[in-house]
Write a protein that binds this ligand. Structure first.
Ligand code: ZN
Length: 294
C-alpha cells in the first residue's frame, strides 16, 4: 500500500461510503420506521449535524494521522501479535479483523464503565431518539481519547494497513446501520443478528433503563456480547424510551449544552427530574434475554 493511498485513499473512501450509507439508511427509515420519534426531527438533526461535524473533524485531524503513524510503525518494525506469529495472509487478515472488533467491544464497555469516559460517551446517549443521524454524534473529546486507544489497538494487534482499511469500512457501515431507525422483518433481523449488530439490538443499548444501556456493547459482530453474557434482546422496541433519564428534558439537547455537558457537574444519570429511577422488570417479557423481541 503506497503512501498516497494510505494518506488520501482511506479517508476519501470512508467519507464516500459514509455519505452513501447515510443517504440509503436515511431514506429507508422514512419508508419503514422502527420506533416512533419523541422529539422534533429538524431540531435534533441540527444538533446531531453540529456534534457529528466536530467529531468527524477530530477523527480526520487527530485519529487518522495517529492511526496511520501506528500502522507505519507496525509495518516497519514488525511489532504486534500478528507480526510475531507467521500466519498465512488470509488468516492474518481474518484474525486481525476479529481482534480489531473484540478490542472495540472492550473500548465501548470502558466508555460506559469508567466514569470519566462516560461523561463524554453520555453525549451520544443523551439523544432523545435514535436514527442514522445519531450514528456519528459523539463528543469530540471522546473521539480525541479514542486516538490513544486506536494506537494501542493497532500496535498490540500488529494489524496491517489493508486489514485496518477493510475494518474501517465495515465498522462505518455497520455503525450507520445499527443506529438507523429501519424496521426489518423480525425473522430476517433475528437471523442477521446471529452475526451483526442490528437496529433492534442497538436500540436496547440506547434504552433509558440502566441495565439495558449496559448491555449490547458489540460494534460489528454481535458474538462478543453473546460470549461475555452482556446480550439483551428481549425488550420490545415500542416499550423503549431512548435517552438518559437525568437528561430527558429537551433543553439538554441543544448544541451549546451538549458540547459543554462532560465538563459540567453530572446529574444522577438514571433518575428522572422527579427523582424516579427508571427500571423494567423481567416479568414484562416472556422471552429469554437472547431472543430478539419485536
Ligand atoms: Zn454506548
Amino acid at each position: 500500500m503506497n503512501e498516497t493511498w494510505t494518506w488520501l485513499g482511506v479517508p476519501l473512501a470512508s467519507f464516500t461510503i459514509l455519505c452513501v450509507g447515510f443517504l440509503v439508511f436515511f431514506a429507508a427509515e422514512r419508508i419503514v420506521p422502527l420506533r416512533s420519534p419523541r422529539s422534533p426531527f429538524a431540531r435534533r438533526l441540527v444538533v446531531n449535524a453540529c456534534v457529528s461535524a466536530l467529531a468527524l473533524a477530530t477523527a480526520y485531524l487527530v485519529v487518522t494521522p495517529a492511526a496511520m503513524a501506528a500502522l507505519r510503525e507496525v509495518s516497519f518494525r514488525r511489532i504486534g501479535l500478528l507480526q510475531w506469529i507467521a500466519f498465512p495472509e488470509a488468516v492474518e487478515m481474518g484474525v486481525g479483523f476479529l481482534l480489531m472488533d473484540l478490542s472495540f467491544y472492550y473500548w465501548h464497555m470502558a466508555n460506559h464503565k469508567i466514569p470519566f469516559l462516560w461523561r463524554f460517551h453520555n453525549v451520544h446517549h443523551v439523544d432523545p431518539d435514535l436514527d442514522v443521524s445519531t450514528a456519528f454524534r459523539f463528543h469530540f473529546g471522546e473521539v480525541a481519547f479514542s486516538a490513544v486507544f486506536r494506537v494501542v489497538q493497532i500496535v498490540l494487534i500488529g494489524v496491517t494497513p489493508i486489514t485496518f482499511a477493510l475494518y474501517e469500512i465495515v465498522f462505518e457501515l455497520d455503525t450507520l446501520f445499527q443506529h438507523s431507525n429501519v424496521r426489518l422483518p423480525l425473522g430476517f433481523e433475528r437471523w442477521l443478528n446471529k452475526v451483526l449488530v442490528t437496529p433492534r439490538m442497538h436500540g436496547v443499548h440506547h434504552s433509558d433503563v440502566w441495565r439495558e444501556n449496559n448491555a449490547n456493547y458489540s460494534v460489528v459482530f454481535s458474538w462478543w456480547d453473546r460470549i461475555h453474557r452482556t446480550l439483551r434482546l428481549n425488550i420490545a422496541q415500542a416499550r423503549i424510551v431512548i435517552g438518559i433519564p437525568g437528561y430527558l428534558d429537551p433543553a439538554n439537547n441543544v448544541v451549546g449544552n451538549v458540547v459543554v455537558l462532560p465538563f459540567r457537574a453530572q446529574r444522577d444519570y438514571w433518575r428522572t427530574s422527579d427523582g424516579t429511577v427508571v427500571e423494567r422488570s423481567d416479568s414484562e417479557t416472556a422471552l429469554p434475554r437472547n431472543v430478539m423481541q419485536a
